[in-house]
Design a protein around this ligand. Structure first.
Ligand SMILES: Cc1cc2nc3c(=O)[nH]c(=O)nc-3n(C[C@H](O)[C@H](O)[C@H](O)COP(=O)(O)OP(=O)(O)OC[C@H]3O[C@@H](n4cnc5c(N)ncnc54)[C@H](O)[C@@H]3O)c2cc1C
Length: 129
């Protein structure tokens, strides 16, 4: 089989005459959550989110998945990172495992949770009946 590398820009459609492995699709790369939502609403069930592509791309190569529109959220900076919002640890949808493991906030939240747990254990152990 002939190997063809095709570089896509946002909204560009793969030329059907180009021999590629997956079924034809349009590629979108929104820059904001709002843009991604517009695309998802526009394309409904024909659209599919692409994050890291570890599962979706092999499925597309085998044609077990054939989305008409691929919405790549990899460029949405708002979806990256780990934040502590009050008591809630918020992990962005495109945060990598490596970033999560190295996150100071995650370590801080884990320490707090451990302290709370040991505090509870301590309190129950010494609680008066
Ligand atoms: C060699 C290998 C080893 C693996 N080992 C493990 C393992 O040990 N443990 C484990 O848990 N997994 C494992 N996996 C699975 C891997 O973690 C998944 O492929 C991964 O979680 C998919 O994430 P992705 O970002 O690549 O998603 P994608 O492949 O981009 O997407 C997967 C699906 O999720 C949807 N999706 C993605 N992001 C969003 C979003 N923000 N909102 C809505 N829908 C979304 C996509 O439309 C698609 O249907 C392994 C995979 C491989 C290839």
């Amino acid at each position: 089989m002939q190997v063809v590398t095709t570089w896509l820009t946002t909204g560009e459609r793969i030329n059907r005459s180009v021999p590629v492995i997956p079924a034809p699709f349009s590629y979108h790369r929104p820059k904001t959550i709002a843009e991604a939502i517009v695309l998802l609403n526009q394309h409904g069930d024909d659209g599919r989110v692409l994050a890291g592509g570890q599962s979706l791309i092999p499925m597309m190569k085998l044609r077990l998945a054939a989305p008409e529109h691929l919405i790549d959220i990899g460029g949405i900076v708002e979806l990256k990172g780990v934040q502590l919002r009050g008591d809630t640890l918020v992990i962005g949808a495109i945060t990598t495992q490596h970033e999560l493991q190295g996150s100071k906030i995650r370590r801080h939240a884990r320490r707090q949770r451990r302290q709370r747990r040991s505090g509870k254990r301590h309190a129950s152990r010494y609680a008066l009946p």
